[in-house]
Ligand binder design. Structure first.
Ligand SMILES: [Zn+2]
Length: 260
């Protein structure tokens, strides 16, 4: 019977990833963080049905199938041939991996579903920060609250550790951002990073904070190193978002502390 749960988790994860792609594409415009160059509206999370951003052709149900449609179409819009960003299949794949990881760690349980929701939220936040440079309050703040609620009854970590984690995460990042701005003479870390770390603390408790920041910094430095090797600019004028790294660190720290 165990294979049945894993197949179900993988399919649910692909579908969740498909929905995350809608959030990643439409959220920033819906929340007023970015504006289309042509002033067009990207719609809400529920309407209209998914379309090609290039030619605006509505996708057929067959082309909404996660991952498989990308492979069948060889990464191009069926109507106009425009390249589909690799972010779509990557997010769908990440959604499936998150569901499988949650199931492997927590078994078929409410904990697995909650953990998957946390990981899916981090995927959306990482992709949005990568594409727009924003970590929307519309995602970080509900994630923080939901983390505290999830830990009522000491589900993943003791509720006190979660509350301290949320407060300390926000305060610590605020201090780091202030120190960074004082040292560099410019802002490098946004308020969104502080709210994200607060949410990570709410889910994984205060012991998850240091590992999350550490892994996040390592991942971000690795990206900076790769960019330097590839000959891209890495100076202060071309800032690299810390959010994606912090999401990765938060996922690792949460899974480490909650499953420990
Ligand atoms: Zn098209």
């Amino acid at each position: 019977m165990e294979w049945f749960f894993y197949v179900t988790a993988a399919l649910a994860g692909l579908l969740a990833g498909s929905f995350l792609n809608v959030v990643i594409y439409r959220g920033p415009s819906m929340w007023g963080l970015i504006e289309e160059s042509d002033g067009a509206d990207r719609g809400t999370l529920l309407a209209p049905r998914s379309y090609c951003p290039q030619c605006r052709t509505r996708l057929s149900p067959l082309h909404l199938i996660p991952l498989a449609s990308y492979l069948a179409l060889r990464g191009r819009c069926a109507a106009c041939g425009a390249a589909i960003p690799p972010r779509y299949p990557l997010v769908e794949l990440a959604g499936a991996l998150a569901a499988l990881g949650a199931l492997a760690l927590f078994g078929a349980s409410p904990e697995a579903l909650l953990a998957a929701i946390f990981l899916w939220s981090l995927i959306a936040l990482a992709a949005i920060d990568f594409e727009t440079g924003f970590l929307p309050d519309a995602l970080t703040l509900p994630l923080l609250l939901f983390g505290l609620l999830a830990n009522v009854g000491d589900r993943f970590v003791p509720l006190e550790a979660a509350a301290v984690g949320a407060a300390a995460g926000y305060a610590a990042f605020g201090l780091i951002a202030l120190a960074y701005a004082a040292l560099r003479g410019r802002e490098g870390l946004g308020a969104g990073d502080a709210k994200l770390l607060a949410a990570i603390g709410a889910w994984g408790g205060w012991p998850a904070l240091a590992p999350a920041v550490f892994v996040g910094a390592l991942a971000t430095l690795a990206v900076v190193g790769v960019r330097a090797v590839m000959g891209k600019r890495v100076d202060a004028a071309a800032p690299i978002a810390f959010g994606p790294g912090l999401c990765l660190g938060g996922a690792a720290a949460f899974l480490g502390s909650a499953a420990g």
